[in-house]
Design a binder for this molecule. Structure first.
Ligand SMILES: Cc1ncc(COP(=O)(O)O)c(C=O)c1O
Length: 388
């Protein structure tokens, strides 16, 4: 069937509010429609080809249609996409995650949002407390309990359970712990929060939070939904900080829907149906074998040398952009262009043939060569000139 590109936004507006079903991919007046992806290139419905530096919001480690992932997903699908029984695939992915992170117990779900919901639930169950401390502008998905305090549609009673503190402010953190510490179930932290500027949180602050949470009996939840790609065992491993729980998503599904919570035996036993079973959590598609096996394949193809190569490519691109006078932040394969008008920049990049995140986030993939990254840098600079 031929797609009539000009009709798509109109058809969408007739059935989806504002033509949109995913707030994070909306750019006014309406985004282009993707038709296909191959390696690091996406083709849209107009036939325009762009370097994919969005990679479905950082989740596609290997770009599009990586042969090994297509093969495993197709083969798995042909034997059944989901069952009312567990499959070996969930054990396999949990073993891989254990080996990479050192966290010994895992539980799967379908998104990063759900992983955060599960982590908060289990932290509250284990500590028998309800408050959560989190940090301003850090994004943890769309669950009521972790969105901005000003978000409409969230009951005041939910909002009151959160204490939202400035990023990396030791004094504010200590004051909040003195006031609420004995009621705090968990401190939720992203070590390089994208929406707060994609800057690594200072190590001494993270160590301080770890020490204080231990002192007050609160759990430390490290949200690695976006940062897991930065190290074999995530960014947390580079910090050398121990987490009571970690939340993952995105890259561990090999391009398919996924989320996971990992933690120590002591904390995660709250999910154990043979134990107290205090936390019951279902999910019709949780741990479906297509996501599990595609995810395991993607991770196997992303060992230390691939992680290092991709991070080095990102470091080079970030440095080159900074040397050209562009304000940039990030670490390794994640780069953020710190722009005044993200929409203008997004379209300028797109016209130059670079697909970015709507806030200027660039995520590289292993499908990119050195030359691709050089070319991306040239195009980003051209877009920056065009948008000023
Ligand atoms: C740090 C972090 N946590 C949680 C989420 C939510 O993940 P998902 O979009 O899969 O629900 C995101 C999504 O970008 C994220 O960046």
């Amino acid at each position: 069937m031929r797609i009539a590109p000009d009709e798509l936004p109109e058809r969408a507006r007739a059935v989806l509010p504002g033509g949109n079903t995913r707030s994070t991919v909306f750019v006014p007046p309406h985004p282009p429609y993707a038709v296909a992806g191959e390696g690091c290139v996406v083709t849209d419905a107009q036939g325009h080809r762009v370097y994919d530096c969005n990679n479905n919001y950082t989740s596609l480690l290997h770009g599009h249609a990586r042969r090994e992932i297509v093969e495993v997903a197709t083969e798995t699908l042909a034997r059944g996409s989901a069952f009312g029984l567990p499959t070996e695939s969930e054990i396999e992915l949990a073993e891989l995650l254990r080996d990479r992170t050192g966290l010994t117990r895992w539980r799967f779900c379908n998104s990063g949002t759900e992983a955060v919901m599960m982590a908060v639930r289990v932290a509250r169950a284990v500590t028998e407390r309800s408050r959560i401390i989190r940090f301003e502008a850090s994004y943890h998905g769309t669950y009521d309990g972790v969105v901005a305090a000003s978000a409409t549609g969230v009951p005041g009673a939910v909002e009151e359970q959160s204490v939202i503190l400035p990023q990396a402010d030791g004094a504010a953190f200590d004051a909040a712990m003195r006031q609420h510490g004995h009621e705090v179930a968990a401190v939720l932290i992203d070590l390089m929060p994208n929406r707060a500027g994609l800057r690594p949180v200072p190590r001494d602050f993270v160590d301080h939070v770890r020490a204080r949470t231990r002192e007050y009996g609160s759990l430390l939840v490290v949200d690695e939904v976006i940062t897991f790609r930065l190290g074999v065992g995530g960014l947390r491993q580079r910090y050398g900080v121990a987490a009571d729980l970690t939340t993952l998503g995105k890259v561990i599904g090999g391009g398919f829907p996924v989320g996971a919570v990992g933690g120590s035996v002591d904390v995660m036993k709250a999910f154990d149906p043979l134990g107290d079973g205090v936390v019951s959590w279902g999910g019709t598609f949780s741990a479906n074998p297509v996501s599990m096996r595609a995810g395991a394949t993607a991770l196997r193809l992303y060992g230390k040398s691939e992680v290092d190569r991709l991070n080095a490519l990102g470091d080079r691109l970030r440095q080159e952009l900074a040397d050209s006078g562009l304000p940039v932040s990030g670490f390794g394969s994640l780069i953020r262009l710190l722009v005044d008008d993200p929409t203008v920049t997004w379209w300028a990049l797109y016209r130059e043939g670079v697909l970015a995140g709507t806030n200027g986030l660039l995520a590289l993939s292993t499908a990119m060569t050195d030359d691709d990254v050089t070319e991306i840098g040239t195009r980003v600079r051209a877009a920056a000139r065009a948008s000023t």
